[in-house]
Design a binder for this molecule. Structure first.
Ligand SMILES: NC(=O)c1ccc[n+]([C@@H]2O[C@H](COP(=O)([O-])OP(=O)(O)OC[C@H]3O[C@@H](n4cnc5c(N)ncnc54)[C@H](O)[C@@H]3O)[C@@H](O)[C@H]2O)c1
Length: 266
């Protein structure tokens, strides 16, 4: 039985649908009642999916949701810590409040939700956890300092949880998505001075020539939670169209090439 946080939209929604289609009972956790309820109704066309309301930064709300989940669907043995926000800005641009909020939603929630489910994992003697990291875990994305810092934290927390959970049969991994077509990335583009240029530039950074889809990431989550990954823990699964592999040979037209920077032609 799987818990997927932040599953009213985007990657979380696609992951919940895919897990339900694979036969898992899925508890979809979201912040607001109408959004998560209608998402769960849609996901139910793939299998068993139910909505639970909790802000993942609120330990008491998580406990209340978990009580309902355990009552109705049983003890979870899969957790996808997917909920996240990005608040664009360099360190001189974002407020202290926004800094704290990003850390609470993106990093502290992984600790809070995992901590709540951990005793059940131990009782079962098995579990798979996937944390949603980002290329921002390993790369400094311009004007996204707080977000990148939180996602670097998720990468290390994944390793720590894996080491601590191994003796109890708890596997913990993370996924590192490139730029994926969701509301979050559209918000990021819209916050740039020229959103269309930002989008073209982002696409051009990916050697495979497109942004990711939520399903690209959902497939990786399902794999990491399956028995096919039974000897995989403490690692990161990069699903990024090649963006972090190295310098791309075909840069987008907006970027100066080495040649043009030297005064030659493109
Ligand atoms: N889209 C990308 O390019 C991209 C790239 C790398 C990593 N990610 C990560 O993937 C995850 C999913 O993002 P997405 O792109 O699907 O965007 P999204 O905005 O569609 O999904 C984020 C979800 O988290 C939920 N959420 C936010 N705060 C919450 C809270 N306090 N409690 C409960 N739920 C909360 C939102 O309601 C939303 O449903 C995030 O962790 C994000 O950082 C996204």
């Amino acid at each position: 039985m799987a818990v997927v946080t932040g599953s009213a939209s985007g990657i979380g929604f696609a992951t919940a649908c895919r897990m339900a289609a694979e036969g898992a009972s899925v508890a979809m956790v979201g912040r607001r009642e109408p959004g998560i309820q209608s998402a769960a109704e849609e996901a139910s066309s793939h299998g068993t999916a139910r909505a639970y309301v909790a802000d993942v930064t609120d330990a008491a709300a998580i406990d209340r949701a978990l009580a309902g989940i355990t009552d109705e669907l049983g003890t979870p043995d899969i957790l996808v810590n997917n909920a996240g926000v990005t608040i664009v800005g360099s360190i001189t641009e974002i407020t202290e409040e926004d800094w704290d909020r990003q850390f609470a939603v993106n990093l502290k929630s992984v600790y809070l939700v995992s901590r709540a489910l951990w005793p059940g994992f131990r009782r079962l003697g098995r579990a798979a956890v996937v944390n949603m990291a980002s290329v921002g875990s390993v790369w400094a994305i311009p004007n996204d300092a707080g977000y990148c810092a939180t996602k670097a934290g998720v990468l290390m927390l994944t390793k720590c949880m894996a080491v601590d959970g191994a003796a109890d049969g708890i596997r913990v991994n993370c996924v590192i998505p490139g730029y994926v077509e969701t509301g979050m990335i559209r918000g990021y583009f819209d916050a740039q001075p020229d959103p269309d240029a930002a989008r073209r530039q982002a696409i051009g950074l990916h050697p495979l020539g497109r942004l990711g889809t939520p399903d690209d990431i959902a497939a990786a989550c399902v794999h990491l939670c399956s028995d096919d990954a039974s000897w995989v823990t403490g690692t990161s699964f990069t699903v990024d169209g090649g963006v972090t592999a190295g310098l791309h040979a075909d840069p987008p037209p907006d970027l100066p090439t080495r040649q043009s920077a030297l005064g030659g032609t493109r």
